[in-house]
Design a protein around this ligand. Structure first.
Ligand SMILES: NC(=O)c1ccc[n+]([C@@H]2O[C@H](COP(=O)([O-])OP(=O)(O)OC[C@H]3O[C@@H](n4cnc5c(N)ncnc54)[C@H](O)[C@@H]3O)[C@@H](O)[C@H]2O)c1
Length: 265
């Protein structure tokens, strides 16, 4: 258990809400499902497989098989939720992949794949969730952007482009659907300790050297945890955030606030 895991105490703030979390068996998704369940929500963890990137043992929420790039599967997932509850209160678009490549190294097939999962995979669940969200008086969509949607990490060109698109889509959706009482926000994490980060850090997040180096570049001198992401997502899903919409909520331990010189030891 990390310090971040002790930051919250369930208070039933999502009692009676119905939530669907894409990428719900991944690092972020699983922590979000766990928090939502603890707060009293009925939760669908939608992912490619029950294993996702984390595995199914002790996994919170009801697993729903969903490929976010498939219009048919998205329609069918929303039909399942509608049949069981007649409404949806919270949609979290957390499914995503990254690729460490410059544009020259990126094939058209890879480009199309990352766009399909990260961008189309935000568009489709949002589009087909709208009719169900309109039946809620607490409707909230939370998208996953990234600090990489504002500033670039080397060799993440296509990934950065997808996150910039998610940021713009978030604002556009918030403007279009705010008048219907549907809030739309994006969280924009920096380095968070999930299987995706393990893939990104050259020496792996579990190697002492790789972790120490990654921690050092943050003003808070630490990497975030899935619980940190779930805390922010939970707040955005709740009535405490009733006046928050159309915003890009950066969660990066101060990483993007600093100038390069801070990184000199
Ligand atoms: N971990 C970080 O440091 C970090 C930083 C910034 C943003 N993010 C974003 O956070 C989100 C969650 O990432 P994570 O760190 O939990 O990664 P993760 O790899 O642990 O989880 C991603 C999940 O998405 C699922 N997924 C992939 N393709 C899918 C598809 N076509 N349909 C349905 N599900 C699919 C995977 O099975 C996996 O369970 C992503 O959008 C990612 O870009 C992560």
């Amino acid at each position: 258990m990390t310090a971040a895991d002790q930051t919250w105490k369930a208070s039933g703030m999502l009692d009676g809400r119905v939530a669907l979390v894409t990428g719900g068996r991944g690092g972020a998704g699983r922590a979000i499902c766990e928090r939502f369940v603890a707060e009293g929500a009925e939760v669908y963890a939608a992912d490619l497989t029950g294993e996702g990137s984390i595995g199914s043992v002790g996994a919170p929420g009801t697993f729903l098989r969903l490929d976010v790039t498939s219009e048919d599967e998205v329609r069918s997932a929303m039909a399942t939720v509608e049949a069981a509850h007649g409404k949806l209160d919270i949609l979290v678009n957390a499914a995503g992949i990254e690729m460490e490549l410059t544009i020259e190294e990126t094939s058209l097939e890879q480009w199309n794949r990352i766009m399909a999962i990260n961008v189309t995979g935000t568009f489709l669940p949002s589009k087909y969730a709208l009719p169900l969200l309109r039946r809620s008086s607490h409707a909230s969509i939370i998208n996953f952007g990234s600090y990489d949607g504002f500033i670039a990490d080397p060799k993440l060109a296509a990934y950065c482009a997808t996150k910039g698109a998610v940021h713009a889509l978030t604002k556009a959706m918030a403007c279009d659907h705010g008048p219907e009482g549907i809030r739309v926000n994006a969280i924009c994490p920096g380095y968070i300790d999930t299987p995706m980060l393990e893939q990104f850090l050259p020496e792996g997040v579990d190697s002492a050297a790789g972790r120490a180096e990654a921690e050092y570049v943050h003003p808070l001198r630490t990497i975030g945890t899935p619980t940190d992401m779930a805390n922010l997502v939970n707040w955005l899903a709740s009535d405490e955030a009733r006046y928050a919409t159309g915003q890009l909520w950066v969660l990066d331990g101060g990483l993007s606030a600093q100038i390069q010189q801070m990184r000199f030891p």
